[in-house]
Design a protein around this ligand. Structure first.
Ligand code: NAD
Length: 252
């Protein structure tokens, strides 16, 4: 096996929602494999920036509110202007709203679908055009266990993550022959701000933990290996796959 099969040296990765949590873990993992990183999002990314610069890699911080209709287009133009190109796109930014389904508001529905699905499609399209021009690229969308299961009190989130899996397969079919791999990672239950409410509920936390065969929640670092694999030459024949990184949840 070639030693550099997993190397991302000379590559530029655009990671949305890179300020904390899974986005930060994956951005640092990509930098450890050699990539420079463009972090995009609404929150302060200085912690991610220091971690990446400490590795000797470049970090570009681009502010973008992906709930805004034209944010994806402007972000991609700016990213290419600053970093010269985008080889890897990680669509990580996402939000969750919890409420009983019968009381779930239109406002929450649109907010979640907008960030978790519409902006993901827009970014795939805008970066996809850039990658088609270059004849190569790797797109990794962040899905969820709720790309397969229903979940509780999160109807918009579940709908958006099922759709992200479908979108991944649709784009994969169209673009694989043009040099672009589109895949997804479905994280299991991971310790981040997104799941703080679940972990704060003792009963729910104990129930979830008891159902994870590994017996513990995942950490952002657990996504480093999978994202580097899907961003590298090592996965060049992997296409339209939704890779579960879940401590065995889906097998239990
Ligand atoms: P998080 O809340 O810790 O981080 C979310 C990131 O997205 C932050 O950087 C935030 O600033 C950014 N973001 C939110 N709204 C945005 C907007 N409008 N524009 C730009 N950026 C925005 O969440 P996380 O747990 O790290 O989740 C990251 C991704 O992983 C999400 O897509 C989430 O659905 C998915 N996921 C998380 C888990 C989990 O257990 N934590 C499990 C499965 C999937």
């Amino acid at each position: 096996m070639k030693n550099d099969l997993y190397s991302l040296k000379g590559k530029v990765a655009l990671v949305t929602g890179a300020s904390r949590g899974l986005g930060q873990g994956m951005a640092v993992g990509l930098a450890e494999a050699g990539a420079d990183v463009i972090g995009a999002g609404i929150s302060d990314m200085s912690e991610t920036q220091s971690k990446i610069e400490a590795l000797g890699r470049k970090f570009y911080e681009l502010k973008a509110d992906l709930s805004e209709p034209d944010a994806a287009k402007h972000l991609v133009l700016k990213a290419v202007e600053e970093a010269g190109k985008i080889d890897i796109l990680v669509n990580n930014a996402g939000i969750i709203r919890r409420s009983d389904a019968e009381k779930f508001s239109d406002e929450d529905w649109h907010a979640v679908i907008n960030v978790n699905l519409h902006s993901v499609f827009q970014l795939c399209r805008e970066v996809g055009n850039h990658m088609l021009e270059n004849g190569s690229g790797k797109i990794i969308n962040i899905a969820s266990m709720l790309s397969f299961q229903g979940g509780l009190r999160v109807p918009a989130y579940t709908a958006s993550k099922h759709a992200v899996a479908g979108l991944t397969k649709s784009l994969a079919n169209e673009w694989v022959s043009k040099g672009i791999n589109v895949n997804a990672i479905a994280p299991g239950y991971m310790e981040t701000d997104n799941t703080e409410a679940l972990r704060a509920n003792e009963e729910r936390n104990a129930f979830i933990t008891s159902r994870i065969p590994k017996g513990e929640w995942g950490k952002p670092d657990d996504l480093k290996g999978p994202v580097v694999f899907l961003a590298s030459e090592a996965s060049s024949y992997v296409n339209g796959h939704v890779l579960c990184v879940d401590g065995g949840w889906m097998s239990s």
